[in-house]
Design a protein around this ligand. Sequence first.
Ligand code: SAH
Length: 237
Amino acid sequence: MWSDEAAGRFGVTLTPEQCVGFDLYAAELAVWNTHTNLTAITAPDEVRVRHFLDSLSVVNAVPMRPGLRVIDVGTGAGFPGLPLKLAFPDIHMTLVDATGKKIAFLAHMAELLHLKNETLELVHARAEEIGHMAGQRATYDAVLARAVARLPSLLEYLLPLAKVGGVCIAMKGKTAHEEAADSKKALGVLGGKLREIIDIMLPGVEEPHHLVVVEKVKHTPNDYPRKPGTPTSKPLI
Ligand code: SAH
């Protein structure tokens, strides 16, 4: 059972009801994927390991205590944010994506899973926009992203959203160390400090995954994030 792996590897125990929720999520993902391009991974076992377990691996970097304010930037079909919200219903989760059809899928899932609006916020916006919104900027304890942009650009999306004292977690593959080394300037400009890079092993997956953990140590200057497209076209490198 994949939920035994979640418990054994990451200490995340799921109730039978929560497992039913995850099954529903996998089933709806497969259905929607036939008409909407949500994910390349649809085989049920792969979804459980590469999407669900991988998402839950974030607990290795930040314990999901009740009331924690968490945001997932460029969440796509909800990874890593929605599995974390399912496993830890008492956190506050915001899922943001620039693509409307991704948000439409997430709204559908939130309704099916009876997730309450007060603790799950869905935002259709670019990171460069939400990073300037009152009530969003500098309000999060943990800012997450997987497979959205290279780290120097990604940090410009993530750091403005974190509180001073909060953390940003970038889920990365084999280029994690190289991307971190390229991010010195971005960290300095945006008020971040590299804390650690955690190796994550998933069952049946050979290559390690990495959690790049960045602390927000200083206020991010108000000029950042720059206008849409600029963080990737002119990265702070
Ligand atoms: N995090 C998910 C999806 C990765 S695909 C996963 O790992 O499965 C990248 C997603 O980021 C897409 O859904 C895309 O719409 C979104 N995205 C890319 N750039 C963005 C930006 N600047 N602001 C908001 N969302 C963005």
